[in-house]
Design a protein around this ligand. Structure first.
Ligand code: PLP
Length: 391
């Protein structure tokens, strides 16, 4: 008998399965569960985007594409960044189309991490950051952010964790799970910090189009000297409700993109042609649909934020993405106990904050990418739960 635990690589053994999925599995076995757990839009991809793909298939577009993605799509991405952020990315050399931001993140880390390199990761953060760093042979170094500072990260805090082995800073704003954003002034200080320590910055901006009210998303590459030293990751999953299409991209220095392309070429070959066709349509004509979805998320955001405040839970008002991250410390439960007791008692699924790193403990993540009716019902159930569950 093979003992697989002994045979697996130490990196694989050292990472835990995602703490998000566990609650989906419990929820799947129950009836009448309201899920605030999943991080994906409840909208179906807008029709014109789906139609472009159907039409592409009718015309026989079923082949591989260039490793980097079709030039047509790369050109649209380049135009989009020029329009939106006034940044020039050369479609031939500075853009790689990937299988979601997930692949782009993995490639970016694998392209630069040498064994033992440290990667600074502000926390709470998306579950893949630390795991992909470990798989690439690096050492994830968590830098805690907190509710008092609206979950933003500061150079002062980063200074405490930087060492001679620090090579990369990996940031993700608007943030999953907190809904925090970084204002231009905050981010400009982070750019100075990156210059001071000569760091590469990986900036996951997948929620960049999902900001609310006065909040504005600033692309990290907008700051002086940052286009050269940063890799910007973005994609279509969230803003265009295209999670299942598996399409994203990386933007950056030509040499860095060439290095990522080498790995992509051998491991993925190319992103699906069907998804690339749809992505072109999304960038050309999808903005109006995206804006409608953002307006709807904003309504839901207000409802859920007001609901938690009325219940007396300390809560940061999210400014981006579609998550809210209330503190449940006042209940006396830790985040896993809270999530588990809530799903058993009231059939509401959410994700324990600890799944997003140790500094997420004491909070739970709720996604408001679900209907107003379901959010209202979930809030009523959580309120009921709180009446009977305090230690
Ligand atoms: N980055 C963040 C912050 C996310 O929340 C997610 C998905 O939840 C991803 C990346 C993965 O996105 P994709 O569907 O493009 O692989």
């Amino acid at each position: 008998m093979i003992n697989w635990n002994e045979r697996l690589s130490p990196q694989v053994r050292s990472i835990a399965p995602s703490g998000i999925r566990k609650f989906f599995d419990i929820a799947a076995k129950m009836k009448d569960v309201i899920s605030l757990g999943v991080g994906e839009p409840d909208f179906v991809t807008p029709w014109s985007i789906r139609e472009s793909c159907v039409y592409g298939l009718e015309q026989g577009y079923t082949s591989y594409t260039a490793n980097r993605g079709t030039l047509e799509l790369r050109q649209e991405i380049s135009n989009h960044f020029k329009r939106r952020h006034d940044i020039n990315y050369n479609a031939e050399t500075d853009i790689l189309v990937t299988v979601g931001v997930s692949e782009a993140l993995d490639l970016a880390l694998r392209a630069v991490v040498s064994p033992g390199d440290e990667v600074l990761i502000p926390e709470p953060c998306y579950v893949s950051y630390a795991a992909c760093t470990t798989l690439a042979g690096g050492v994830p170094v968590s830098v805690p952010a907190n509710i008092e500072n609206e979950f933003r990260i500061t150079p002062e805090e980063l200074e405490r964790y930087v060492t001679p082995r620090t090579k990369i800073l990996l940031i993700g704003y608007p943030n999953n799970p907190t809904g925090a954003i970084m204002e231009r002034a905050d981010l400009s200080k982070i750019a100075e910090f990156a210059l001071k320590y000569d760091l590469i910055v990986i900036s996951d901006e997948i929620y960049g189009d999902l900001t609310y009210g006065e909040a504005e998303h600033v692309c990290f590459a907008e700051f002086p000297n940052m286009q050269e030293r940063s890799i910007v990751l973005n994609g279509f999953s969230k803003a265009y409700a295209m999670t299942g299409w598996r399409i994203g991209y990386a933007l950056g220095n030509a040499d860095f993109i060439a290095a990522m392309t080498k790995i992509h070429q051998y491991t993925m070959l190319c992103a699906p042609i069907t998804a690339q066709i749809a992505a072109i349509e999304a960038l050309r004509h999808g903005e109006k649909y995206m804006k409608k979805m953002v307006a709807e998320y904003n309504r839901r955001r207000k409802l859920i934020y007001d609901g938690f405040i009325k219940m007396g839970l300390e809560c940061f008002e999210p400014k981006g993405a579609f998550y809210i991250f209330p503190s449940i410390k006042s209940t006396g439960y830790n985040s896993s106990e809270f999530a588990e007791a809530l799903i058993q008692a009231e059939h509401v699924a959410l994700v324990p904050g600890a799944a997003f790193g140790a500094s997420g403990e004491g909070h739970v993540r709720c996604s408001y990418a679900t209907s107003i009716d379901k959010i209202s019902e979930a809030l009523a159930r959580i309120e009921n739960f709180l009446k009977n569950h305090r230690r």
